[in-house]
Ligand binder design. Structure first.
Ligand code: PLP
Length: 375
């Protein structure tokens, strides 16, 4: 039994002392991962020091970093012609770094607008190129994805950018769009939630703090033929090619976040990989949506059925005046961070990989009790 297997077993046996955390990000981490990090915190595998205190150039740390990359490659079956980069600045810096690296002499790029995060990506890209918004769901209050046959694609675009899962609106694509130009996707809130055909993409990026690990790192998976031609004036630190050639260690990387992400990848492999994770995630989301839909209007999710996110479930209560009591009572039952994003209000339950199915069951029980008490 490996250490992580032992810890998963311990976790099942030990009394649940931690709350269920539905935070949208930074989000819940698997308890087994935190326990393993805790065991190794003062003295990593007999090396006499913490991972946080190691040189990123040491053989021990290089082994940690390389193993994390290999485990991620295994989980997502990443083809050999893709580079995997562990960078900083979060997904938000990628909104600029992507055009800096991928315009490659083009003057325009295509973007789909399905909500807050795609909107931010569009606004940032406008600093570097002409952005062609191929389709927008704004008129529909971001409750779905505009039909693919209405997209105004431009064959001269450097790439097509979209947001597979809109974390705030709870809108998720149920397909990968076909494009003649490289496809670029912000997978911050849905990476590793189910299997993914990486070969369909030019570039995938994801901030770590939802489904990968702690904040401080962003993973970029990029087809190698697309890198190496940056806009003039691009900082060295923002050149994907430089990062790739230096194993994401052109300067000191966020070593502890990278290490912890590696433990999460090991945990995912132990669970049974992304097929198994997808099965669990779909079950979690399906039962929560059912509870909302069967509440006789006490709870409501506004998203069009085919585009409901399996990761982020926003919902409103029949009377917004009940929200404060709902949050307070939920917290008393150990159900944390259910408030919606400040921009849209209401409630939101984020059901990332590390949120156990028992947590969703506990949430549903609470919601039913609350509706009965107040309805
Ligand atoms: C959280 C999130 C971001 C922002 O991530 P940062 O790492 O905070 O910059 C961007 N896009 C999506 C889809 C997100 O969920």
């Amino acid at each position: 039994m490996t250490l992580i297997e032992a810890l998963v077993a311990d976790e099942k046996e030990s009394e649940m002392t931690r709350a269920y955390n539905f935070c949208a990000g930074p989000a819940a981490l698997p308890q087994a991962v935190l326990s393993e990090a805790q065991k190794d915190l003062l003295n990593y595998k007999g090396k006499g020091m913490s991972v946080m205190e190691m040189s990123h150039r040491s053989a021990d740390y290089i082994a940690i970093a390389e193993e994390a990359e290999q485990d991620l490659r295994d989980l997502l079956k990443i083809p050999a012609n893709y580079k995997v980069l562990f960078l900083q600045g979060g997904a938000s810096l990628q909104f600029a770094q992507i055009p800096m690296n991928l315009l490659r002499g083009h003057s325009t790029a295509d973007y789909v607008n399905t909500g807050m995060w795609s909107g931010k990506a569009i606004a940032e890209a406008r600093k570097y190129c002409d952005v062609n918004v191929v389709a927008s769901d704004e008129h529909n209050k971001f409750r779905g994805v505009p039909a693919l046959d209405t997209w105004n694609l431009n064959s001269k675009a450097a790439y097509l950018h979209y947001t597979p899962n809109e974390t705030i609106h709870g809108v998720q694509y149920n397909y990968i769009p076909d494009a003649d130009v490289p496809l670029v996707a912000d997978f911050s809130s849905s990476i590793l939630s189910e299997p993914l055909d990486v070969s369909k993409f030019g570039l995938i990026y994801a901030g770590a703090q939802k489904n990968i690990g702690p904040a401080g790192i962003v993973v970029v998976i990029v087809r190698e033929d697309l890198i190496g031609e940056v806009l003039p004036g691009t900082p060295t630190m923002l050149d994907y090619k430089v990062a790739a050639e230096n194993g994401s260690m052109y300067n000191t990387p966020p070593t502890f976040s990278w290490y912890l992400a590696g433990l999460v990848f090991k945990w995912l492999k132990h669970i049974g990989g992304l097929e198994k994770m997808a099965e669990i995630n779909h079950r979690k989301a399906t039962k929560l949506y059912a509870a909302i839909d069967e509440s006789n209007g006490f709870y409501h999710n506004p998203v069009m059925l085919p585009y409901r996110s399996i990761m982020n479930v926003p919902f409103t209560l029949i009377d917004p005046a009940l929200e404060k009591t709902f949050l307070r009572d939920a917290e008393a039952r150990g159900l944390l961070n259910l408030a919606g994003h400040r921009s849209v209000g209401g409630m939101r339950a984020s059901l990332y990989n590390a949120v156990p199915e028992e947590g969703v069951d506990a949430l549903i029980d609470f919601m039913k009790d609350f509706a009965k008490k107040m309805g």
